[in-house]
Design a protein around this ligand. Structure first.
Ligand SMILES: Nc1ncnc2c1ncn2[C@@H]1O[C@H](COP(=O)(O)OP(=O)(O)OP(=O)(O)O)[C@@H](O)[C@H]1O
Length: 234
């Protein structure tokens, strides 16, 4: 049983609908979710079940129509857009399916981007970038451009960029969806290390059952509710 004070991510009675061509498309109606700090949660569900909508609300990119989205001590649903953007930059890293690297920047420059929002000297930024690139196994590849890297290497750069500002929370949107099995397994092992060794709380949307098995918990989203939950043996 999760004690209230341990809860890090909390959705309370969240409702969300889209309006398409004059019609209302309900996605969530009274959705609840509680995730403690340090958890590693996989969210699975059929296409269109609302997984990206959930991630967007947790990232503060989108807002619920009703209900509360709380992360740590912050209620994202009560914050304006600028405050949510600033909150995101300081507390959250996002890992994307297709890496979202800027092709004209090399690996180090891509990883450095989130640090440009912080009051750090160029030297401090370089030290942090080198440290995280080393952590993801890319020491020596700082000057390589995304176009010269494999998908697995690009995703390592994506993970380095997501953690360089040392956020407590990582949101991963199909992080292995574009990778072969071996590269996917490397990335999953890396996420497990970030969770177990560095204590990052991770929420990962995935279609891959093997990826979900690496998480501590799997939530299945169907028709706007979590219908099943499995917890890995501790
Ligand atoms: N901005 C939007 N405007 C209108 N409808 C939207 C919008 N975003 C998503 N939808 C619709 O809401 C539903 C849920 O979309 P969402 O992307 O959250 O699902 P998903 O579970 O992530 O799907 P997938 O696994 O295919 O990525 C879908 O029917 C989608 O077409």
């Amino acid at each position: 049983m999760t004690e209230a004070q341990d809860i890090y991510i909390q959705l309370e009675s969240v409702s969300k609908a889209y309006r398409v061509a004059g019609q209302t498309l309900p996605i969530f109606s009274g959705l609840d979710l509680a995730i403690p700090k340090g958890d590693f949660v996989a969210v699975m569900g059929p296409s269109g079940s609302g997984k990206s909508t959930l991630l967007n609300m947790l990232a503060g990119i989108d807002r619920p129509d009703a209900g509360r989205v709380r992360i740590g001590t912050h209620s994202l649903d009560q914050m304006g857009e600028a405050a949510r953007g600033s909150w995101r930059a300081h507390h959250m890293g996002i890992v994307f399916q297709f890496y979202n690297l800027l092709p004209m920047l090399n690996a180090a420059e891509n990883v450095e981007l989130p640090l440009l929002l912080k009051p750090l000297s160029a030297r401090e930024r370089r030290v942090r970038v080198e440290r995280v690139l080393d952590l993801v196994g890319l020491a020596g590849r700082e000057r390589q451009y995304p176009g010269m890297m494999s998908g697995g290497q690009q995703q390592r750069v994506g993970i380095a960029r997501a953690i360089v500002a040392d956020p407590g929370l990582l949101l991963c949107d199909e992080p292995t969806g574009d990778l072969d099995r071996a590269s996917a397994d490397d990335i999953l092992e890396m996420l497990q290390t970030l969770n177990q060794v560095l204590g990052k709380t991770i929420l990962m949307v995935t279609h891959d059952p093997q990826a979900a098995r690496c998480a501590k918990r799997t939530l299945h989203l169907d028709k706007g509710v979590f219908v099943e939950e499995a917890r890995a043996a501790e």
